[in-house]
Structures are given as C-alpha cells and as structure tokens.
Design a binder for this molecule. Sequence first.
Ligand SMILES: *Cc1c(COP(=O)(O)O)cnc(C)c1O
Length: 434
Amino acid sequence: MPEHLTPSELLALDREHVWHPYGPMPGRQEPLLVESAAGVRLRLAAPVEGRTELIDGMSSWWSAVHGYNHPVLNDAARNQLERMSHVMFGGLTHEPAVRLVARLVEITPEPLRHVFLSDSGSVSVEVAVKMCMQYWRSVGRPGKQRLLTWRGGYHGDTWQPMSVCDPDGGMHDLWSGVLPRQVFADAPPTGFDAEPDASYVAHLREVIARHADEVAAVIVEPVVQNAGGMRFHSPGYLRVLRELCDEHDVLLVFDEIATGFGRTGALFAADHAGVSPDVMCVGKALTGGYMTMAATLCTTRVAEGISSGEVPVLAHGPTFMGNPLAAAVADASIDLLLSQDWQGEVKRIETGLRDGLAEAADVPGVRDVRVLGAIGVVQLDHPADMAAATRAAAREGVWLRPFGELLYTMPPFVTGDEDLARICAAVRAAAAAD
Ligand SMILES: *Cc1c(COP(=O)(O)O)cnc(C)c1O
C-alpha cells in the first residue's frame, strides 16, 4: 500500500472493500471523503457541489453534541491515553470507569443505581433484555421471557433489539422465523403537547394485561421514536406505562440512546414525564461522539433479583467493557455539558429550527414539519431521493442524511445561529429537490 493515497484511490478501495451502514456491496452511492472535522464543520478531501466544508446537521447520528475536535475532550483523551488506553475490566477497575458510573447514577432518575458499561447501543439493549429476562427467572417466574413494545420503534441492529424495532419498517419479514416474536401495541399517537388519548391508553392497558404472564419487560424510546419514524409523543404515555407495568409485574425499559444528554430539551426524555424506568440504556452522545460506548442502568430491585437467583451473576462481559479512554472522554463530555447552560442552548436551537423550518411546510410534497428540542423533522408524502436531497443540502453547504420520507436534523448544541439558519435552508432545499 503506497504511503499516500489520493482521494480517488481511497474511494476506489472503499467501493471495492468497505461495507457502509445499511448498504449493498459494492456500494451504489459514493460516500463523501472526510479529511477532518472541527466545531460543526466537516472538511472534505474532495469538493462536493463545489464545497470542501459542510456544516454537520446530523451530529454524527445524535452523538457529537459538542461538535468536533473540542479542546476539552481532546485533552481528556490525550491525558488518558498517556496513562492507559485500555485494560480488561474483569478483576480490574480504574478511575475513569468508576467516575463515569458514579456520574451516570447521579444524573439519571433516582432509583437507577447500578451500571453495566458496554461498547455500543445495541449491546446495551441486549444487556437490558438479558437483565430483565434473568430477573424473572431468578425470582421464579421463568415464563416471562417476551418483550412488549409499541410500533414505530428502533432499538438497534443485533437480534433482540431488532426484534423490537418497528415490524413494518424493520427487517421482520426477512427474518420471520428467526427473530424472537415480541408483542406489539399500536404506535403511540403523535404530538408532544397532545393530551394522552383515552382510547390509546385503554389499548395499552388491554395489551399489557393480556400478555403480562409472558412478558418480562416493556421497552420503548421515551418521547421521541427516532430511526423508526422521527415521531414525538406525549410524556403522559410514559406515566401510563409506568402504572401499567407496576400493576402487572412487568419491568419498564427506557431506551434513551438517542434522547439522552439534553437532545429533547430535558437531560433525559424520562424527565419530561417525571417517571423512572427499571432499566435504562444510554449511548450515542455519552462520549460526545468521540468513540463508542454505551451503558445499561438498573435499579437495586433488578440487580438484587438477579443476584438472588440460581445463577447469581449477569453473564455478560465485553472485551472492551469500561474502556478507560472512552470513559474518560464520556466523563469530560458530561462535565462540559452540565457546566454550561445546555438547556438554554437547546432552547435556542429549538427556536431556530422552528423559525427556519416553518416555511418548509409550504414546499409541495411536504406532509409535516415538527420540532422538539434540538431535533427538526420535515416529513415528505413520498420517499426522498436520498442522492438528490443530499446534493441539494451540500449545495447549501450542509451535511444531511435523509431516510425514507424523512429529512431531519439534530445539530450539535454548539451550532451558531447563522449556521443553524443554513441548516434550515438546506433542509428546505432538500425537500424541494425531490
Ligand atoms: C442508535 C440507537 C440504538 C443502537 O445503538 P448503536 O450504538 O448503533 O448500536 C439503539 N436504540 C436507539 C434508540 C438508538 O437511537
């Protein structure tokens, strides 16, 4: 391999060998080659639509809340790197992981006291499912081994998470007979500010009551269903789920992998409802988008249940569990978030998105425009032409990655007002591009 590869050589090798998310092999669409990133800007190795710099409207899939190449996070990584990048977590521990775990316990809803660190969101959901199923086995209810969720969800791409993704939007048809068969309620009615709908609440009550004997846990994304359709719902439904789960001896899992760390305007989406789950997953923005790490938190009841069972351990232990480098950056990222008026910044972005996206409602083919916290969504009445939409955004100097009918943005919290206006212009252009 030559020491220097030109952009076109890199892209040729990429096309030949590299699998990209949800992509065919070889790829059909050429990815953009990113050379570096700083603040809210991605610097490209080869221009696209005449641009060598794009404002990032995606926060690298919800994660880069502080932007790129942040001096505080760089320092945290560098300092930790000089001590150790990694040591195994079996039989060993270290300050970065201990600090991070104590911090997570402090900032998440009160009864969550025990934390299992893992290396990706999907794995943290697998761990959550294992915790719930093992809990019921341990306390003598081995029949409770299914999951219940509402339609329209997304929980990751490994098997258990995939089984609770939206059965229509997910890959359920392809994997019928292989995926665990879970219980699905209807998708929650939309609208963050809408009053909970009585007939939907009755439906939830009926489904949970009917399946309570076989269901270990209800798992949902609180307030925002992201990759399943970017839909917002009333926090009131979370209070209903909490009541029904208590009434019927079912555990409640909140997947806050996308919503955690301020994105929806509350530190965790559960805070909008004032409700605590029994198990909670966080990931994505946990490390400020620097590297991969996720966590599963649970209550003392769940932990003690598991530990009192026939097999009194949680048999899970990723090789890179508690990775010190990721933990040190995560701790610094949370510090950075909480040391500023993050709520004010998210509010500012919410206002900017509302103002900037309102006009998109008049673009032909646009069905709905919605904003919550630092999340802006323009929904078309037809699937977007991803290549055309991405190019239209790039012409405006912005990186967007639509899926299905959805053009959406969740910018880094450090996005300035001018850049935010450009992101909104790009979303409008992408909507019109089609
Ligand atoms: C992204 C996401 C996951 C999966 O996380 P990975 O790190 O991609 O495995 C799970 N649940 C939700 C809600 C997510 O947004």
